[in-house]
Design a protein around this ligand. Structure first.
Ligand SMILES: C[S@@+](CC[C@H](N)C(=O)[O-])C[C@H]1O[C@@H](n2cnc3c(N)ncnc32)[C@H](O)[C@@H]1O
Length: 281
């Protein structure tokens, strides 16, 4: 399936809109997966070492912030191509007096200001999946890692049954009389384990392992998931057109209610599934 690079989630302006909202916040949906990625990628014995970590497409720091706490002597560089995201992250770092994370506005597909062979670990949690040229991003990760036989890259991608991408796709299909999406939604661009592994290998990584991780997320209101400020959602709103957004939202809510029954306290419990792909340089 081809990519449609006009999707809002392929553009930095799309993510700027999300940066000042509460939808992507420290401690949000992506944080538990980032903590898993840290544990799967960095050996425990490195906990007090002075390692250098690069967080690519860092958003508001759901990997960088836990990393700064778990690896207090590390030096973390959090990058994102959305200036809005980087500005929000700077405020969070200052407010929480986090000293070992610095920030930079960088496009992960072409990290001109990041020196080659300068990091021990490189992460991109649910960020590289939105690069129109993922392979360029992976090759950049390879370039900036040290050649020391222990450096690794670690990438998070959603699986096809992750709650929000799954519901958006199902709603689109139902809305469109059963017709499937013509191009892959960016949020699911790396939802195939074999493709994921082969792209990491093409970028030069060895001993690639794709882990499967899931977390249960509880919430009682579906509306925040349907905000056009979220470019993942806006991808679909642009496809169906403004005049159909209300009807699309109704379809989404009906499907959610049928797939995820609420508990006695009115909470949905949903499963979010992700792959964490790790490769050694
Ligand atoms: C879903 S958010 C994930 C943020 C964070 N990694 C997390 O897990 O919470 C996706 C992020 O990828 C960033 N992004 C997308 N394409 C990018 C690119 N080409 N270069 C750098 N950042 C990019 C967006 O600006 C956004 O902050």
């Amino acid at each position: 399936m081809s990519i449609n690079s006009t999707f809002p989630s392929y553009k930095s302006e799309g993510w700027d809109k999300l940066s000042d909202s509460t939808l992507l916040k420290p401690g949000g949906v992506t944080e538990p997966f980032s903590i898993d990625a840290l544990h799967l990628t960095i050996p425990k014995e490195k906990v007090n070492e002075k390692i250098r970590i690069l967080d690519i497409a860092a958003g508001v720091g759901n990997l960088s912030i836990p990393a700064s706490i778990e690896f207090p002597n590390s030096e973390i560089v959090a990058t994102d191509y959305s200036k809005g995201m980087v500005d929000s992250l700077k405020i969070i770092l200052e407010y929480n007096k986090i000293k070992n994370v610095s920030t930079q506005v960088v496009d992960g597909q072409n990290m001109v200001d990041i020196e080659s062979e300068s990091f021990d670990y490189c992460f991109s949690m649910f960020g590289l999946i939105y690069f129109p040229d993922r392979l360029a991003g992976m090759k950049e990760m390879y370039r900036v890692l040290k050649s020391n036989n222990s450096s690794c890259t670690s990438i998070g991608s959603w699986q096809p049954n992750a709650f929000l991408p799954l519901l958006l796709e199902k709603s689109y299909e139902q809305f469109n009389g059963g017709k499937k999406l013509q191009s892959k939604q960016p949020a699911l661009s790396l939802d195939d384990k074999h493709l994921f592994k082969s792209e990491l290998e093409q970028a030069g990584f060895k001993n690639v392992v794709i882990h499967s991780v899931k977390h249960l997320i509880k919430f009682n209101d579906l509306n925040p998931f349907l905000s056009p400020k979220n470019p993942i959602v806006d991808d679909f709103f642009k496809l169906i057109g403004d005049e159909n957004i209300d009807r699309f939202k109704e379809t989404f809510i009906t499907i959610a209610n049928s797939l995820y029954p609420k508990d006695e306290n009115g909470y949905f419990t949903t499963e979010w599934n992700c792959f964490i792909g790790i490769g050694e340089k």
